[in-house]
Design a binder for this molecule. Structure first.
Ligand code: ARG
Ligand code: ZN
Ligand code: CA
Length: 257
């Protein structure tokens, strides 16, 4: 494509009256990161190893806080909800006013992002989670914990560069984890130009990390769809962009309309 798709975003801040009621500036810092990462404008593409440099792709997707709400009224694209809920989980409670969250805005036209005070998956602390295309309309969107959202305010290292949203919006645009979710070499992400890799990578790996006969370059652990730290993920590939474009032409074609 030559014309980028602009995705209207509504950010629902669900808070308990403390610092997790993040400032507008922190929200805007997150939108800026998305606009860099999905347009290959992030300066850290320079850190992609030479072998993978030809595979760094521009997704031609841009993001803007919504300026018109579902009723046609002017809006900041931000809602704020005081909640009694201590911890949110993966049951989508943050997506319903009746469950201590905030109802989604028309998910066919807006990308809904919920910022949560605490987020867990069973015993595990969660940075965020996303719904793939084709799910229930009411729960469509991404949920992210406040301290892994944006680059200022409460955002905390090593997840303070806004890459949790880059990763979760990748799922929302139909990208799978780069290792194919199950460990082993028989599962992949249905993308041809990302090397088959055994399992997820964490932290700040050193290049190359070889698995699944993918020598010499090894895993593309610096891809946004791995699990490395924010300062270690830098890229999407043309194959991933093809999936993103197919999603925007297909199941998400009403976005921004
Ligand atoms: N759903 C993943 C988790 O909660 C998100 C990982 C995002 N990675 C990152 N570096 N921000 O663990
Ligand atoms: Zn993920
Ligand atoms: Ca692949």
């Amino acid at each position: 494509p030559t014309v980028p798709t602009v995705i209207p975003v509504v950010v629902h801040v669900i808070h308990r009256g403390g610092s997790e009621n993040i400032a507008d500036a922190q929200i805007k810092s997150q939108i800026d990161v998305l606009n860099n990462d999905y347009r290959k404008k992030n300066p850290d593409t320079a850190k992609v190893p030479g072998a993978f440099q030809p595979l760094v792709a521009d997704a031609f997707v841009e993001f803007a806080l919504a300026t018109i709400d579902p009723q046609g009224q002017p809006t900041s694209g931000i809602t704020r909800t005081l909640t009694n809920v201590q911890q949110f989980g993966t049951d989508n409670a943050m997506k319903f006013t009746a469950q201590g969250g905030h109802d989604s805005w028309d998910t066919t036209r807006y990308l809904n992002m919920w910022v949560c005070p605490e987020l867990i998956d069973g015993p595990r602390q969660l940075l965020g989670y996303a719904q793939f295309p084709g799910g229930l309309p009411a729960t469509d969107g991404v949920a992210i914990i406040h301290n892994a959202f944006g680059t200022s305010g409460t955002s905390a290292p090593p997840f303070n560069l806004g890459r949790t949203a880059t990763h979760e919006v990748g799922h929302w645009l139909d990208l799978y984890h780069i290792w194919g979710d199950a460990a082993g070499c028989n599962t992949d992400d249905k993308v041809g130009d990302t090397p088959v890799q055994d399992h997820e990578n964490f932290g700040k790996p050193t290049f190359p990390h070889v698995s699944c006969h993918n020598a010499p370059s090894g895993d593309m652990f610096m891809n946004y769809m791995d699990y490395v730290d924010d300062d270690s993920m830098f890229m999407f590939t043309p194959g991933q962009v093809a999936r993103i474009r197919a999603t925007l032409a297909g199941p998400r074609s009403m976005i921004g309309k």
